[in-house]
Design a protein around this ligand. Structure first.
Ligand code: FAD
Length: 482
């Protein structure tokens, strides 16, 4: 069937997966990507979520592995395009959070009930390259080293610049922007008709560091940790060092290293990035606050000096589309902070919804774009909210006795009344229940858990039959899971 040609801006994670799905559905898709082809040039840079919306993303040398947590929503989208197995072959399973306290003790908090409920650490670069191969194989055409600079919506022309700054004009076609948090298409749309853009900076930044494979570390350093299979730490976990207003996390890579990320306030009183002006100050801070971690990072000084501080913001837009002419998707429409590990997962969920809507009504672009926003925006707002809440949970609550008591009570109720209680984290991470539903249901459940903990001296003192009855009479049953 002849379809309108689609011009996709951005061949990152969301753009490449969307290109594959649209090409599979018979659309002619041209993708213009600012960076060179990573399959030839190496993977340059991190997500544009690391830069404030409205600014350009920072780039790094790409020599280190930057990874992401892939969960059920993202996997579901990959399954629908036949890519899930290939991705999982290049991923490391994470069964739960390994929480490291200040005394060097650590313990695993499992995410789910068994290995059917786990998340996966995947390399951003390897995933992007796999998605590019798949999209090209489906028929999408990629044009690398081509950055969108402006769009003349009245003349339906777009302007691209190559790496040397040489510009050219092209017919715009049906424009879809998957060009990330610093989206140039969003800027062009906003200049034509204000989109109601609001950017909320988190005020905290991040820096990526690295734990190399165990083979690169002295034996004495490894003794205090329970690494195995060539990893310096337990490989099948997302490690967290929660410290109240800041934290470190580490995710495993297939090459047996870990990508460590330090999240810290950007400015203000110590500790903040402003109070760690150099690697020596940072090393002292790590020795005091993250015992045992510094000796696992022999290239700490180099990494700390070389790697930039990424900034984090949440992007809210009132409008995601310009009638039937242009639409934003993924981070370009709804960049969020990374603490639920859902930005890419949410963007992947977007791609399935949009590809299906376009395939069902290929000529009604304005109708499809409006329907896409209607379906996805409440969910994007909900995961934006939950991601912000999860920062507090990860850096602070995971070590808090009240949080642990609530978690224990939740686990007891989940086993007793699975039709009426499911942890919010589980709804977000292991189901396809809409994010908005997970947020609202989570709030209602949380209120009941708080009541029970308030009324009883401990979890052990709670009458679980009565508690189960209270949940049944207060809340509707959970939807059946697909
Ligand atoms: P991007 O990945 O930013 O891709 C945008 C693409 O557009 C890039 O290839 C870029 O080069 C290109 N581009 C930009 N401007 C132009 C232009 N003018 N012209 C042409 N092309 C252009 N999500 C998870 O699900 N799990 C996680 O564990 C997770 N961890 C994260 C950790 C950190 C520190 C950060 C910052 C984010 C994390 N995320 C995570 C979020 C995830 O990275 C993003 O949601 C995801 O990358 C969004 O994909 P995207 O394709 O929309 O945007």
């Amino acid at each position: 069937m002849a379809q309108h040609p689609i011009t996709l801006i951005g061949g990152g994670l969301v753009g490449a997966l969307l290109a594959q799905q649209l090409a599979q559905r018979g659309f002619a898709v041209d993708v213009f990507e600012k960076r060179p082809d990573p399959r030839h040039a190496g993977f340059l840079g991190r997500s544009s979520a690391s830069c404030a919306p409205g600014t350009r993303p920072s780039m790094d040398s790409g020599s280190r592995s930057i990874n992401l947590a892939l969960a059920e929503r993202g996997l579901h989208a990959l399954r629908s395009t036949g890519l899930a197995d290939a991705v999982l072959q290049r991923a490391v399973m994470m069964r739960g959070r390994m929480v490291h306290d200040r005394d060097g003790q650590h313990g695993l908090q499992p995410y789910g009930i068994d290995d059917s409920e786990v998340i996966w650490s995947v390399s951003r670069g390897a995933l992007n390259m796999l998605l590019l191969d798949a999209a090209e194989a489906a028929g999408a055409r990629f044009h690398f080293g081509q950055a969108l600079t402006t769009v003349d919506f009245d003349r339906q022309r777009l302007r691209l610049a190559d790496a040397d700054g040489v510009e050219r004009d092209l017919p715009a076609g049906l424009l879809i922007g998957a060009d990330g948090a610093g989206s140039a298409l969003r800027a062009a749309m906003n200049a034509h008709t204000p989109l109601g853009e609001r950017v909320e900076p988190l005020g905290h930044g991040y820096k990526e560091l690295e734990i190399p494979p165990a083979s690169e570390l002295p034996a004495a350093v490894l003794q205090a940790n329970d690494g195995r299979d060539g990893f310096a730490l337990e490989p099948n976990a997302l490690h967290i060092w929660p410290r109240g207003s800041y934290m470190c996390i580490a995710l495993p890579n297939t090459e047996r290293s870990f990508t460590v990320t330090l999240f810290l306030p950007g400015k203000g009183r110590a500790p903040s990035f402003a109070t760690l002006p150099d690697a020596a100050a940072a090393a002292t801070f790590f020795t005091e606050q993250f015992p045992g971690l510094l000796p696992l990072m022999p290239r700490f000084a180099e990494d700390f000096e070389h790697n930039p501080v990424g900034t984090l913001s949440t992007l809210y837009l009132q409008r995601w589309h310009l009638d039937g002419r242009a639409l934003l998707i993924g981070d370009a429409a709804h960049a969020i902070v990374p603490f639920h590990g859902q930005g890419m997962n949410c963007g992947f969920e977007d791609t399935v919804v949009l590809a299906n809507l376009l395939a069902a009504s290929p000529d009604d672009h304005a109708g499809v774009f409006a329907e896409f926003q209607r379906q996805r925006q409440p969910n994007a707002d909900a995961i934006a909210h939950m991601a912000l809440e999860n920062y507090i949970e990860m850096r602070d609550s995971v070590a808090d006795p009240h949080y642990l008591a609530k978690r224990e009570l939740g686990a007891l109720l989940a086993a007793r009344i699975p039709t009426h209680y499911m942890a919010r984290y589980r709804m977000v991470t292991f189901t396809h229940l809409p994010y908005r539903y997970a947020l609202e249901r989570g709030r209602a459940q949380d209120e009941l858990l708080e009541q029970l903990l308030h009324e009883n001296a401990s979890v052990a003192a709670i009458d679980l039959d009565a508690a189960a009855q209270r949940f049944r009479s207060s809340l509707a049953p959970l939807p059946e899971l697909r």
